[in-house]
Design a protein around this ligand. Structure first.
Ligand SMILES: Cc1cc2nc3c(=O)[nH]c(=O)nc-3n(C[C@H](O)[C@H](O)[C@H](O)COP(=O)(O)OP(=O)(O)OC[C@H]3O[C@@H](n4cnc5c(N)ncnc54)[C@H](O)[C@@H]3O)c2cc1C
Length: 355
């Protein structure tokens, strides 16, 4: 069995982001790293999108930047600009390729398929594999299915994304569609639910077909890519132990009110890299307590009043785009927090404070 200074369990978004961060900052010239990843082949399996609120290492993996977005409820649309914080989409296929080819240049980094092939006892471990989730009917999820479609003629306005379109069947929870036009004839269209993930919400293909044909009024299209996901809107049960730090979703890097995780993973990687020399004394890194608290209240309202959520989201975006983007990206100041809080319906949020 092989010994390493560091071991990363899971070569997905968080594991590879951390390895790349350590590699490009020359933290692996005199240290060894083992990466455990069971997949036999890396191919595009996710599209990571976010408002770019700070520079990151993956500008060359960006599929497209947008400076405009919209959100709508039946009969009302709000158009917003995001010149200061463009919305970006990262192609995971390009991301995996870029990182893996950089890491394979370093002889101190070795890849394994199974944890049993390495000796974890003498290593510092970064773990991105969440513990199995206990069956709990009360857990909320952001579950979704997206397809990339291509059309023969130019149909899309590729200068603007539709972040949330609530003009659709809400079932008994919260449901919206999300459209990212990569070009005039190619777009990612996603059906997204914020719910306890009941089975009758999972006929995604039908939902997408109906939305594309009825709402987007597109009859002829070809599906060129499909992605499925379920992001837990609750914290994982993994705990950091001596010589073990959890990263990624397993490390609590998901913002629970939005599901956004990618940029939090990048900040966490940077924090680890900056402190790698004192890694065993490192303080736990987490999404700030302020957002943890506000998201908890928000999700209580969502659980109790799903029918009110389209309106609540719509109102949240009825403020300056920079304020709401910073709030949703963990970068808002106290005044900006207050601006968002005052947009919320007071009574149900006050009641949610007390459960
Ligand atoms: C389809 C999809 C789309 C998403 N879109 C966005 C988005 O637009 N914006 C955003 O901010 N977030 C998004 N997310 C949320 C989040 O950014 C991603 O889930 C991200 O991939 C989380 O990174 P991770 O490293 O924690 O998990 P993963 O990327 O899933 O990596 C975990 C790795 O562990 C490996 N593994 C599994 N079991 C073992 C084992 N026993 N031993 C070793 N390795 C193992 C897996 O093969 C995988 O490679 C999305 C999630 C999904 C699923």
């Amino acid at each position: 069995m092989k010994d390493f200074d560091y071991i990363i369990i899971g070569g997905g978004c968080a594991g590879l982001s951390l390895a790349y961060e350590l590699q490009i900052h020359k933290k692996l010239e005199n240290k060894t790293l083992g990466i455990i990843e069971p997949r036999t082949e890396y191919k595009k399996d996710k599209t990571w999108s976010f408002w770019k609120v700070f520079p990151h290492n993956f500008e060359d993996c960006v599929e497209k930047n947008w400076k405009n977005f919209s959100i709508n409820i039946p009969s009302k649309t709000n158009f917003l600009e995001c010149n200061d914080y463009p919305y970006q989409s990262i192609n995971s296929g390009i991301f995996y390729k870029k990182i893996n080819s950089a890491l394979r240049e370093n002889k101190n980094i070795k890849f394994f398929k199974n944890i049993n092939e390495v000796n974890v006892e003498n290593s510092f471990v970064f773990n991105s594999v969440p513990l199995p989730i206990e069956n709990n009917d009360d857990n909320l999820w952001q579950h979704f299915c997206g397809i990339e479609i291509e059309t023969k003629s130019n149909i899309f306005d590729d200068t603007i994304i539709n972040l949330m379109d609530f003009d659709c069947d809400q079932g008994e929870s919260v449901h919206f569609f999300y459209t990212l036009p990569y070009s005039k004839n190619k777009a990612l269209v996603e059906t997204t639910w914020l719910s306890k993930m009941s089975n009758n919400e999972k006929n995604y293909d039908k939902q997408l077909q109906n939305y594309i044909e009825t709402n987007l009024k597109i009859k002829n299209y070809k599906i060129v890519y499909k992605e499925l996901g379920a992001i837990p809107l609750f914290y994982p049960s993994n705990t950091n132990k001596n010589k073990n730090i959890n990263i990624g979703t397993a490390g609590g890097m998901t913002r629970l009110s939005t599901g956004y995780t990618f940029l939090n993973i990048q900040e966490h990687s940077k924090y680890i890299r900056e402190n790698i020399e004192n890694i065993s004394k490192l303080e736990n890194y987490e999404i700030s307590k302020k957002y943890q608290f506000l998201d908890k209240i928000f999700l209580r309202v969502l659980r109790k009043h799903p029918e009110k959520m389209p309106d609540i989201f719509f109102k949240m975006f009825k403020t300056s785009p920079n304020t709401v983007i910073k709030f949703l990206s963990n970068k808002s100041n106290f005044l900006e927090d207050l601006t968002i809080i005052f947009k919320m319906p007071k009574w149900i949020f006050i009641k949610a404070l007390f459960k």
